[in-house]
Design a protein around this ligand. Structure first.
Ligand SMILES: [Zn+2]
Ligand SMILES: [Zn+2]
Length: 237
């Protein structure tokens, strides 16, 4: 069984993340994971604010620097690191898998597009598009928004969310016959269990496992579509 984190954040790229790239990669290695996707908040989300003043290409260089550092740390200690992106629209978030830095360099127009058009372009370009934690409620989210016609799937277990929010996400996904993914939304590396406990949540992280290792992001996407990636939850022990 090969375990993967599908949703995690690192500092300094994600402004809300409390853990460095090295701490994050080392944490998953210590838990016996085979790999992780770095899904930092994109330029439309909670990225370090001073960076938003830079030209698009320089913002991308900053954005991908954490992922590139994670790849190097992963090679050093022996864990696979894959690229992902978390897009934001007024607090409604989307996990994007399968687009690399080159793709984003060639598509500056995404910054001006309507979210539905942007998501469609990404899917047309071969990306897997998942709405993250669709029933999350926070003070900074005016209302819940759903995009059943512009995503492939839904994150039905996000271990940083309340159980009720995940339960209804699963009902939503099944009603629309959408794919289902699971992840932790870890912003804290090894302090994640303590952090979840302090928020009144179960101290568990969520991920997906496969019977054969993921070769690359395309292989991950194929395994998601074929149902070969299965959900799991893991506690501190
Ligand atoms: Zn965040
Ligand atoms: Zn996230």
């Amino acid at each position: 069984m090969y375990k993967y984190e599908t949703h995690c954040h690192t500092s300094p790229v994600s402004y809300c993340a409390k853990a460095s790239v090295a701490e994050t990669v080392q944490f998953y290695k210590s838990l016996g994971y085979t790999g992780l996707f770095i899904t930092n908040h994109f330029l439309d989300g909670n990225i370090c604010p001073s960076v938003k003043l830079l030209p698009y290409i320089e913002q991308l260089n900053f954005y991908f620097a954490d992922y590139e550092a994670a790849v190097r740390e992963g090679e050093r200690i022996g864990i696979s690191v894959f690229p992902g992106v978390e897009l934001s629209y007024k607090g409604t978030d989307f996990l994007i898998y399968g687009l690399d830095k080159c793709w984003f360099q060639e598509h500056p127009e995404i910054m001006e597009m309507k979210k539905t058009e942007e998501l469609q372009l990404m899917m047309d370009s071969g990306a897997l598009v998942i709405q993250a934690h669709p029933y999350r409620e926070e003070h900074y989210i005016n209302h819940i928004r759903l995009f059943p016609r512009h995503v492939h799937g839904v994150e039905v277990i996000n271990s940083s969310q309340k159980e009720e929010a995940n339960e209804i996400a699963a009902v939503y996904a099944r009603h629309y016959h959408l794919l289902e993914t699971c992840g932790s939304d870890n912003h804290w590396a090894g302090n994640v269990f303590e952090k979840l406990r302090s928020k009144g949540l179960k101290p568990e992280i969520a991920g997906m496992y496969s019977e054969t290792p993921i070769v690359d992001v395309r292989d991950f996407i194929n395994k998601i579509f074929s149902g070969e990636m299965k959900p799991f939850l893991q506690d501190e022990n």
